[in-house]
Write a protein that binds this ligand. Structure first.
Ligand SMILES: C[S@@+](CC[C@H](N)C(=O)[O-])C[C@H]1O[C@@H](n2cnc3c(N)ncnc32)[C@H](O)[C@@H]1O
Length: 194
């Protein structure tokens, strides 16, 4: 099925589920469409090939990221809920993007320890209270010139303050806040010339 058709369906079913679902762990909490469009531009403009995503949910944001990659690019995405991972896999199978996606099921806090390589983009959209503990992994796994994107920078600004300030205060990172969707905090690994 065409990727845009799957996205449209996920937007409708996601909004409906999140409206009526009272158990937060069962909500999909997808990025907004304009965030997906912004990611498409970022992935293409940076010529990213390897992306790491923390927090797959039903795979909506993963599909946006994967769609912007070249054919030999990969999104590695981590989801701890087996049910959501199952739904994400089924959604990936409905598109022609399955080959570009590696879905890891488990807690990012555990899986990150074994993750090797370098990523052009790391996208954080998981359990915000764990982000501080993810920092050593982000520093290790993000390639020089790569970008880290953190969702919810406006919607949960206070919760993310310490995490964002860590990167704002690191001289080897250049940061900005982008007013799209729920707010995207971006940290680019690379010094500004001064
Ligand atoms: C906001 S949703 C992700 C939405 C998704 N990025 C999208 O826009 O389509 C957060 C997801 O992260 C998962 N999650 C939260 N903490 C996690 C962790 N420590 N390890 C792996 N997955 C986690 C949750 O189960 C949930 O499905």
């Amino acid at each position: 099925m065409k990727f845009q058709k799957v996205l449209n369906e996920l937007e409708q079913s996601g909004a409906q589920n999140d409206r009526i679902q009272t158990d937060k762990s069962k909500k999909y909490l997808n990025i907004t469409r304009d965030t997906g469009e912004f990611f498409t531009v970022l992935v293409k403009a940076t010529k990213a090939k390897n992306i790491l995503e923390l927090g797959t949910s039903n795979g909506y944001s993963t599909l946006w990221l994967a769609s912007a990659l070249p054919e030999n690019g990969t999104v590695t995405t981590i989801e701890r809920s087996e049910q959501k991972a199952k739904e994400a896999k089924a959604n990936f199978e409905r598109t022609n993007l399955l080959e570009r996606i590696q879905l890891l099921i488990g807690n990012a806090s555990d899986l990150l320890n074994d993750l090797k390589g370098e990523f052009d983009i790391i996208f954080l959209d998981a359990d915000r209270s764990a982000y501080i503990s993810f920092i050593p992994h982000i520093l290790r796994l993000l390639k020089s010139g790569g970008i880290m994107i953190c969702d919810n920078a406006f919607s949960h600004e206070e919760e993310l303050k310490e995490f964002m300030e860590f990167f704002i205060n690191r001289s080897e990172y250049t940061t900005c806040l982008v007013p799209v969707g729920k707010g995207e905090f971006i940290a680019c690994k690379g010094k500004l010339p001064c």
